[in-house]
Design a protein around this ligand. Structure first.
Ligand code: ADP
Ligand code: MG
Length: 347
């Protein structure tokens, strides 16, 4: 029998560490959260830099709106956000973040330093440092161009059980690169850089016309992707689906080139997956997987993004309608491509 113990409210830093278990699994999750913040800040350029797969260092720099001096300590506290104020706002939320948990969680399991400047004067700026659970954030002046840099060192230094779950540098970097790819595909109008151990691996110019988009797709997914893909753009009953779907002849053994975005947020959703599988059912060999980069645009109020802390899942108010729209759009596009192919080389 265990002895009776009084109930107590958890120390906030400990509560953060526990919450970190949900959102901070590995370096890639840190990158995802920091980049989402950079996107929400209206950045035009985002640079991601890592050392040792991110276990030693993760740095995300942006040229967004910045955080004011008075808000800096708050940015690191739990349930502190500038993005929503009410339940009504949550229902129509257009920003990627809204839970106010990422920075609090990350800083509770790493050595975090955040520098920011809201003005155009590069001699201004402030820095806040937090380290694990022991330290209260300290704010000091530090010049920084307009925007924000967050540096996360020694992830899980104070939670050895979690650190043990980190894989090799190569594996962790692979996950980071995949997170980067998703985010770079989600916003063509932002310029991106990814560096690992001082080497630049991706440098993507901003550009939202079709040439620039296709250039980015090729550079992130390889030239073969577009050579065997159809472009589509379909709108019906308040829904718009656009992007590229691979021809059935270009299927893969693994489901590794499948990107689906709902209002700019990368999503893995059973309903979506089912609709796409159905559309390819008759044209794909068993066990093969289609490739696609698809963007679904819907009114924010018809989709609930507050389903899971990592926000990878969504719930549609009218799932049936979304499913049918996806299925029929893809089914028709793929059917037309087959009809075209059968009509012979003159088409
Ligand atoms: P959330 O994104 O859910 O609001 P976070 O913990 O990720 O919560 O961030 C807390 C707050 O810090 C944000 O609401 C935002 O005001 C500010 N912030 C974080 N990162 C940035 C950034 N790169 N640029 C500007 N503001 C930021
Ligand atoms: Mg956030």
């Amino acid at each position: 029998m265990t002895a009776h113990r009084r109930i107590r409210v958890l120390d906030p830093r400990l509560a953060n560490q526990i919450a970190a278990g949900e959102v901070v699994e590995r370096p890639a999750s840190v990158v995802k959260e920091l980049v989402e913040n950079a996107i929400d800040a209206g950045s035009r350029r985002i640079e991601v830099e890592l050392e040792s797969g991110g276990a030693r260092l993760i740095r995300v720099r942006d040229d967004g709106s910045g955080i004011g001096e008075e808000d800096l300590p708050l940015a690191l506290s739990r349930h502190a956000t500038s993005k929503i104020l009410s339940l009504e706002e949550l229902e129509g939320v257009a920003s990627l973040g809204f839970r106010g948990e990422a920075l609090a969680s990350i800083s509770s399991v790493s050595r975090l330093e955040l520098s920011s400047n809201t003005s155009e004067d590069p001699t201004e700026g402030w820095r806040v440092v937090a380290e694990g659970r022991q330290m209260e954030p300290r704010v000091s002046p530090a010049p920084h161009p307009r925007g924000t840099s967050v540096t996360v060192r020694d992830l899980f230094f104070n939670t050895p059980a979690r650190r043990k779950f980190l894989r090799t540098e190569k594996t962790e970097f692979g996950h980071v690169e995949e997170a980067f790819r998703r985010q770079a595909l989600s916003r063509f109008d932002i310029g991106w850089t990814l560096r690992h151990n001082q080497k630049t691996l991706h440098q993507l110019k901003a550009g939202d016309d079709s040439v620039a988009r296709e250039r980015r797709i090729s550079s992130l997914l390889g030239k073969a992707f577009l050579e065997h893909a159809l472009h589509l753009d379909i709108e019906a009953s308040g829904l718009r689906l656009w992007g590229w779907v691979g021809l059935p002849t270009h299927s893969r053994a693994q489901a590794d080139q499948q990107y689906f975005f709902v209002n700019g947020r990368v999503v893995r959703d059973r309903l979506v997956a089912h609709a796409i599988r159905q559309a390819y059912r008759d044209v794909l060999f068993h066990g093969r997987h289609p490739v696609f980069v698809l963007y679904l645009e819907v009114d924010p109020s018809v989709v609930d993004v507050n389903v899971h802390p990592t926000k990878h899942e969504v719930r549609f108010r009218d799932g049936r309608m979304v499913h049918d729209f996806l299925f029929s759009s893809l089914h028709r596009a793929l059917g037309e491509s087959r009809a075209g192919a059968q009509a012979g080389p003159t088409q």
